[in-house]
Design a protein around this ligand. Sequence first.
Ligand code: TXA
Ligand code: MG
Length: 307
Amino acid sequence: MEKEIEKALQVLRSHEPIVIPTETVYGLAAPIFDEVAVRKIFSIKQRPEDNPLIAHIGKLSQVHQIAVDIPQEFYTLAEAFFPGPLTIVLKKHPSVPLVSSGGLNTIAVRMPCHPITLEVLKRVGEPLVAPSANISGRPSPTCVEHVLEDLNGKVSCIIDGGPCVYGLESTVLSLVEDIPTLLRPGEISQEVLSARLGKQVAVGAKGEFMSPGMRYKHYAPSARIILFESLDEIRKRMETEGVSKKWLLMKNPKNFPMQTFALLRSNLYSLFRRADQSNCDEIWIYVDPEMKKDHTMMNRVLKATDL
Ligand code: TXA
Ligand code: MG
């Protein structure tokens, strides 16, 4: 582990991004004040420049390097959920380059929960900005094999930290306005955040998730995704269309005469990638009443569905 960390630090010193494991998904990381390396993140990922990055910190005191006017609520949530799958948007410190914040005067901050990455973050001495380590629009990588599928040959240091525990991206909460606002749903829910803060957390304007990155098509495999709310509908379509090159994903697999896989939050992206590798044309997802209530899962599935 020591050798890997040394290599990572050396690559960062040469203004090159590295790939870091986290508990959510893998990230493509560069020091927040290193504009040269941060620009490389955007070009490697083919990411739109106005889609801001998340700053990853290794200890709480690092937040002062990148944010100002930090409200008490930040510390309340940090105490409860850091390190962990929660990102908090704050007012940006003027010294943070605009390239790192996608041109915004706010900055998203999170402390990831992975021992190797935390050690790298502590030693770098400044936060690392990191989007997910995939080509933009592809499903986020939840293990090192996924990272290699997208970025092999494009980065000189990929830290293998094993499979990601959660497999979906962090919750994004803004504390910039008076009312705390959920911008992207994730493992830490609106209810849990509201309970911890002792006040209601809002969900964007008009109940929509407002993170700038939510505007883009995301997390999508090449196969077409079709959602079903009834098993009868699935049976009918199987009969009329046949099941060749089609996969069915459902929470509790039933005995259907087609390729069926058990769907969890933690394996959604990996199933998307496997479907593409198997030259699957269509992914059918059975949205049962329980899944329909899972805002995080539904958010990612719908993002992969609409164009
Ligand atoms: O779990 C995660 O958050 C992973 C790991 C690597 O930490 N990172 C991740 O990064 O998912 P990315 O770039 O794929 O998604 C970042 C999301 C985007 O929707 C972006 O728009 C939003 O966070 N975001 C970043 N900075 C923001 C800001 N200042 N204001 C509002 N939204 C922001
Ligand atoms: Mg991403």
